[in-house]
Design a protein around this ligand. Sequence first.
Ligand SMILES: [Zn+2]
Ligand SMILES: [Zn+2]
Length: 352
Amino acid sequence: MSVPSDSLARGAVDEDTPVGERWLQMRQEEAGRPLQQVWRDGLPRPGPGQVRIRVSCCGVCRTDLHVVDGELAWPGHGLVPGHEIVGTVSALGPGVSGFKPGDRVGVPWLGWACGKCPACSRGQENLCPDAKFTGWQLEGGFAQYAVADTRYVFALPEGYDDQSAAPLLCAGLIGWRAYVMAGPRARRIGIYGFGAAAHLITQVAVHQRREIFAFTRPGDEAAQALAHKVGACWTGGSNEAPPEALDAALLFAPVGELVPIALKAVRPGGTVVCAGIHMSDIPSFAYELLWGERRVVSVANLTRADGVDFLRVAGRLKLQVSTVHYPLAQANRALDDLRAGRFTGAAVLNCA
Ligand SMILES: [Zn+2]
Ligand SMILES: [Zn+2]
């Protein structure tokens, strides 16, 4: 792995910070351990091309769970999760243009890519082998301050308060990339796992005159009620068959057993899109389920173009965002509740 530029260094302290300026980060020093409250002295200094952001709130995503549970590789140093960061610019690093203090901004999962490798050259920066991710290799937004490379910082659409904007930055973006991968001719789309991503992308799909079939854990009435509220035409348990064959299925639940189930639900030529960064093993299944030019594909990360496209759509549609709020210091509880499926919609930490 190549060494990233100095502009990636996070953690340098701003010498101009007033003495005694302390700020809170929720850090994990070892995989599988709870996050710890760490009070840092001195605000982080943005490097060249970076901004410092005073975090207002940060979404809690299933990927954060995979990170803290050690299902993704340990980055080799303590980490601060959180990659749905909403806040305001509080300082500019050298050479930054296009941002000024006070601007409201959002930071997504992809925090840096090399820009030179074959994947980046193809426009697939999401597949850059040296990519750095917010809240994993780069310190994330479970904190009162964060530093980010401005090339991966988005302006946020109006019409969303900070808490509603946070889930757009991953649930919305990854949902969008998965939805686009289902193809423009997919009219009947199944969604397995009806949480943060599903409730946002359902609204986009319904607006585009697609039909959404929502599959939840059997008996999860709260998730099914949310699905109906945002426009799903049918809801049921993941153990049920849809009333008609689907053109595509999006899997947001990280459950490998759902892949053959979803293949069974899609028509010949249909697509099953696995949208999570981690999934339990997919059990073996009869070739007959794949036969008929059905396809199984995965979605990996996001590109900046996805961000621009989706945030433009979100700005136009004014999506309803269902959120549950936690104080920053209760990040562990928010993660536990997500793991246990104790809420519907999207969890957001209030960090200010
Ligand atoms: Zn690259
Ligand atoms: Zn995420």
